[in-house]
Structure formats: C-alpha cells, structure tokens
Design a protein around this ligand. Sequence first.
Ligand SMILES: Nc1nc2c(c(=O)[nH]1)N[C@H]1C(S)=C(S)[C@@H](COP(=O)(O)OP(=O)(O)OC[C@H]3O[C@@H](n4cnc5c(=O)[nH]c(N)nc54)[C@H](O)[C@@H]3O)O[C@H]1N2
Ligand SMILES: Nc1nc2c(c(=O)[nH]1)N[C@H]1C(S)=C(S)[C@@H](COP(=O)(O)OP(=O)(O)OC[C@H]3O[C@@H](n4cnc5c(=O)[nH]c(N)nc54)[C@H](O)[C@@H]3O)O[C@H]1N2
Ligand code: SF4
Ligand SMILES: [Mo]
Length: 702
Amino acid sequence: MKKVVHAACPHDCPDACGVLITVEDGKATNVQGDPTHPVTRGFLCAKVTKYLDRVYAPDRLLYPMRRVAPKGQGNGDASDFVRITWDDAFAEITTRLKKISSDFGSEAVLPYSYGGTLGVLNNTGMAHRFFYRLGASQLDRTICATAGGDALLTVLGKKMGTEPEQFSESKYIIAWGANIHGANVHLWPFIEEARRKGAKLIVIDPYKTRTARLADWYLPINPGTDVALALGMMHVIINENLHDADYISKYTLGFEQLKERVQAYPPERVAQWTGIAAADIVKLAREYATVRPAVIRVNYGVQRAQNGGMAVRAITMLPCITGSWKEVGGGLQLSTSGSFPLDKQAVERPDLMLSSPLGRPARMVNMSELGQALTKLDDPPVKAIFVYNSNPAAVAPNYTDVRRGFLRPDLFTVVHDQFFTDTTHYADIVLPATTFFEHKDLQTAYGHYYLQVSHQAISPLGECRSNQDLFRELAQRMGFTEECFRQSDDAMIDEALGQPGSRAASDPDGRLGGITRERLEREGHIRLELGDGPFLPFARGGFPTPSGKAELYSASLKQQGLEPIASFIPPEESRHTDRAKQFPLELLSRKADNFLNTTFTNIESVKKMEQPDLLEIHTADAARRGIREGDWVRVFNDRGEVRLRAHVNGAVQPGVLAARLNSARFSPDGKSINALTSETLTDIGRGATFYSCLVEVEPAGT
Ligand SMILES: Nc1nc2c(c(=O)[nH]1)N[C@H]1C(S)=C(S)[C@@H](COP(=O)(O)OP(=O)(O)OC[C@H]3O[C@@H](n4cnc5c(=O)[nH]c(N)nc54)[C@H](O)[C@@H]3O)O[C@H]1N2
Ligand SMILES: Nc1nc2c(c(=O)[nH]1)N[C@H]1C(S)=C(S)[C@@H](COP(=O)(O)OP(=O)(O)OC[C@H]3O[C@@H](n4cnc5c(=O)[nH]c(N)nc54)[C@H](O)[C@@H]3O)O[C@H]1N2
Ligand code: SF4
Ligand SMILES: [Mo]
C-alpha cells in the first residue's frame, strides 16, 4: 500500500519545512518538500533531500546498550558496547539516578539537550516535566541564540520580524551575518524575486559565503565589529537627517541619547575597526535609508562574538530610526519564534519543581560552560549527565575541559540519540531514538509564521523510542505518580494549543485564532492569525517593551550594569587587543553548509558534498608562515590545537581564518574544532563566544 504523509522538518533551522514522505508497505520510499507550503515551495535543502539515507543508515542506533570498553577508548561504535533490554536500561538508570539524588541531592543530575529536534513535544515536553519533577539542575540553554535573542528583546520586546514572503517586495536587502544559501535557503527564492524586480543584495560577513559571491555588493567586515558599523551607519543617517522623525517621536524611546552616542562613531573611525572604507560606510548608510523598502536579515552569526548582544541591539535600531517597519518589504528579521503563542507552561510544567525533593526551583547550569560544570562545579558536583537532542562532546566550547569532564569515571552518562556520536563515546548507557519519520509532533518555526503538525510516517526502527516515549516511561519507573506523565502526545498538542475561546493567558493577541489539532492534521500547515495581507508587526509601534516603545535607550540594561544604548567594546579575543600579539589570527569555526552542526556528518551521501577538514587562510597570512595550498597545518592557542589542511581560496581577509564545525571523530586528529574556543560568555544573554577566538597557525609537517 502506498500513501503520502505530511511531516515537518524538525532540525535546528529557521525554515521548518513542510515535508511529504511517501510510504510503501511500511517503508519510506521518497521525501520531498511540500509544494503547498508558502515558504518551503516544494523543495528541501541538499541534506534533507538525502534523508532516507539517514533514516535507514546502516549505523542507526537500534537497541539500548551498555558500555564495556573504557570511556573515550575503543572504536566509538557498537563494538564498545553490549546490547541490553529496555528493562535493564531503565533499571540501571533509575537505580543510579535515585542513588545519586540521595547521596548528593537531585541537583547532581544535569540534563543536557539542545536542537536535535525542535518539535514542541520532543524538544521539551515530557523530558522537561521529568527533570523538573526529579529536581535536577536546570540547563540554561544559551549555546546558540540567547545573546542575540535577549538583545532583540531589549529593543523590540518580542522575537518577531519581517515575514520571509515580504522579502520579494524589498528594494534593498542586507544579509548581515546571515549565510542564507547555507543556513536559510528557503529565503533565497524571495530574494531572487526581489532582485528580478531591481532590488540590490548587500552581504556583510567576514567570510565570503556563497550568498556573498552572488551579492550585488559584498562588504567583508572584521569579526566582532558590527556594533561599530551599525552605530557608524546611524551617525550618517541621523546627521544627514535621513531618519524618520515622525516614527521616532511616536514609537521610540531614547533617540536623543542615541543621537549623542553616535557622534563618537564617525565613518573614518568606524573604518579603522571594521576594515570597511569610510566612503563605503557612508554609501551603505545613505542607500539603506533612502532606497525603500529596505530590509535586514540579520542572523545569529553576529552574536557569537563577545559583544554580540550589543551588535544585535545596534543593528535592530536601524529600522526603528528609518521607520522601515511601516513598509511592506521593510523591517528586520532575526527570529519569528516569539509569535507562536503556545502554552509552554502546560507543555513543560515548571511547577513540578515544587513537587520535587527540592521543593524549590533547582539551580541553573549554563550549557555554554559545560567544561566548568563537569570539572569544577561543586555543591553538589555533577554526578550524572543525561544527554538527548545534542552532541556536547563536539559542539560545546572548550572541548579539552568538556572531554576531561566526560572522562571522569565517577560521572554517570546516559545518551539518547539516533546514532553513535562524539558524546556516546563517553556514555555508560546509550538509548536509541526515533527520527521525525517515526513519531508525531507539533512544529513552530523561527524563520516564518506557519504552525504545522508532523505526522508519524513509519513505525519506529528496531527498539527506538521518541524522547516523549522515553521520558514518559522513565517517569513511571521512577515512581512519579502525577497524571501528566501518562498524557498522550495528542493530549499534549491540545494543551499546547489551548482551547479556542479560553486561550487568553498565553495568547493575548489571539494569534492561534481557530487553530486546533484537528485542523492542523487536515491542513498540514496554518499561518498564525496575523490579520489579512502582509504582516507588519511594528508599523504603528506596539512594541511589547516595558515602555511600549522601541527602546533605543534601555533602562533595564542599565539596571543590570550594562550599557543602556550601545557602544563598541572589542572582544577580548580580537585583533584590537593585546592577546593578538601572541595569537594574531581571528578564527571563525563556522557551520558547514551541508551538515547541520554535527548532524549528517556520518551520512556518506551528505559527506560527499563537504570538505570539513579545511582551514581557509588568506594568501598573505599563509605566505608569511611558509604555508602552501593543501599543506597540513597546526592551528593552536593556549587552550588546544587541531590539525587541518590549508586552503587559500579568497574566502577570508588577512587576519581571519575559517574552519568548519564537524564531528570530533570524523576530523583529522579526532578532536573538535572547539578545542580552540573558550567558555567566555557574551555581553548579553550568557551565550557562547565561538567566533571570538584568537589562534596562531604553523605548518604541521607531514
Ligand atoms: N546548512 C546548515 N544550516 C544550518 C546550520 C548548520 O550547521 N548548517 N545550523 C543551524 C543553526 S543551529 C543556526 S543557529 C542557524 C544559524 O544561522 P546563521 O546565523 O546564518 O549561521 P552562522 O554560520 O552562525 O553565521 C552566519 C554568518 O555569520 C558570519 N559571521 C561570523 N562572525 C561574524 C561577525 O562578527 N560579523 C558578521 N557580520 N558576520 C559574522 C559567518 O561567517 C556566517 O557566514 O543555522 C541553522 N541552519
Ligand atoms: N565551533 C562552533 N561550535 C558551535 C557552533 C558553531 O557555529 N561553531 N554552533 C553552535 C550552535 S548555534 C548550536 S545550535 C549548537 C548545536 O548543538 P546540538 O544541538 O548539540 O547539535 P548537533 O551537533 O546537530 O547534535 C544534535 C544531536 O541530536 C540528535 N537528535 C536528533 N533528533 C533527535 C531526537 O528526536 N531525539 C534525540 N534524543 N536525539 C535527536 C542528532 O542525531 C544529533 O546527534 O552547536 C554550537 N556549537
Ligand atoms: S534543514 Fe532546514 S532547509 Fe533543510 S529541510 Fe529542514 S527545515 Fe528545510
Ligand atoms: Mo544554533
């Protein structure tokens, strides 16, 4: 029997595509983009196009297993483990978690999860309920987006922005630290449509991405200097009277202070920091303010610098002073995630912390400081780590300390995943997880405004369990008697959506309108209730900030001891500081266009599209060090070193190096690129600073 099932891609990607899976006799035989989804438009990215290879990969983890090889040794695959039953696995996990909780307190247990799936249920759902009820440490999920996200909130009050469809109406499009072809490919057709109608595409990025190569104007910027560029643009716009005085006076707060501040950022000065010529800064500012409508796609790349919060704050002020929010095809998009008014409390149940043995909210542990958490944290120390939806042994900063932590013989490590990963290499128990083909979920997005239901297309492979099923069962085995641990997935989707008519608390603006699970199941995707026609979130102000205005001056930042407007403070690890005398090169350990963080790194057909072992370097920097194209090089600083192959291709400017995030186990020396990055946090949002990283490089010999 043949059927076509509607699903939604849950990978950590703004596009959240509608997916059609063909199933024949219980086996998935085809996968394609949903042609009726207005943003997916019938195509998938190159990696998910190969998804059958991932679901049916020969190395899928299919059974629970217990380690027999010493941690961190062995082959890193099934041969390091013996197969056990789910009953054995549950028995061992519950015994260990109970013992650790009674010996050290429940906060000695740490959940660790991030973006494996962004499905509402399998991303948080039962797992959150479980760890809240257990009284485990809470994980502060900062590794990706909190610097920019929190900064955006200080200006706009909500994570909302220009809908992707409106980019086709723009005349001036700035991709600011946004690798659209690599990480957000479904925005591209709208940009192409705009360009056919005469729009210009400008790319601001220290790395010459494919998007930059296709742009009308590419501005390579020194890493971590975006806040200076945005302030410099505002210097020109305000002093040349190109701002929208009416919009500013009605809907913004703090313009006078901003006007005073930008005087310290004349283009000549900004040029010295950013490496962009003063004349270009003036031209960019004038064009941005006068060629209308102009839209900014800023992505999370800019906020992985130490001053990344201030960068996003300053960039977000631009459409507020030009009044560009008023225009169809204007405004700015960082994320649309704040517009999905689901009932998070009902799904996650943080109130269960009060019924835990602690009887209070548990301590927070910052996931961007995992190395410290596993090697230094005390009172209590972390004695058990439960990893799902994540591969921390590769993606967390400061790999050396993270690995040292995972190697601790007294640390009990459980990993739930679809594959053996860098992290299962340290796991005592591994548990097999379903892919999105094998379970149901509710899907939001951070790059558009459509809500979707993702149907289960096939039965779980082997003995795989979804995150929902795992934590539902584990709660029973721990003896948690609360009714919420028996709830079905459908009941949880209903709770997330709330009852039409009684949604007031989580959905004050009525954005869920008449959306119900039944309707989603029938229709696949439904646009949030944003009114008819193009959605202009801030055309008439309505900023949900404390003042109700776009806050160019933020009293709440000031209260936290932070700069209330924005100012440029160079990252400690950048060419502008003393540390650069010792380690003079700025390393961007970027995402691979055809992997998704470390997901897909083991899939042969996807691997063929990538060359993850390259170090991209400018000719001048290579020549000075006697490095030639294709040479093996040693990239190092005082935290660690990695081996890569030099590639001189014009992608980076002098002083900048670029490398790819990859699985540690598939990299030339078996180490993560994060052996070089630090646990220093961002100015706003406690985020990781992957892109503020100074290194030196030398030929490695053979
Ligand atoms: N193919 C693919 N798609 C992905 C991912 C992936 O790994 N691969 N990851 C997903 C995830 S987790 C996320 S968070 C999103 C992220 O999506 P993006 O934010 O677009 O991705 P990044 O690669 O982090 O950064 C974007 C660009 O910022 C540039 N950049 C670095 N430093 C600076 C700087 O100081 N200033 C400026 N102006 N630019 C800078 C980088 O060179 C990069 O080209 O993408 C998602 N989609
Ligand atoms: N150097 C450097 N480091 C970085 C970044 C960078 O740009 N440079 N980017 C950072 C960013 S933005 C992010 S978001 C993080 C990403 O960090 P992670 O979210 O840890 O991303 P992945 O490495 O893709 O690991 C996700 C894992 O979840 C598994 N998984 C998928 N679906 C499921 C499921 O349903 N259940 C379970 N149990 N597991 C599942 C996948 O198989 C995979 O092993 O990395 C960060 N690290
Ligand atoms: S990873 Fe992104 S672009 Fe690729 S199918 Fe999933 S949502 Fe779409
Ligand atoms: Mo991310």
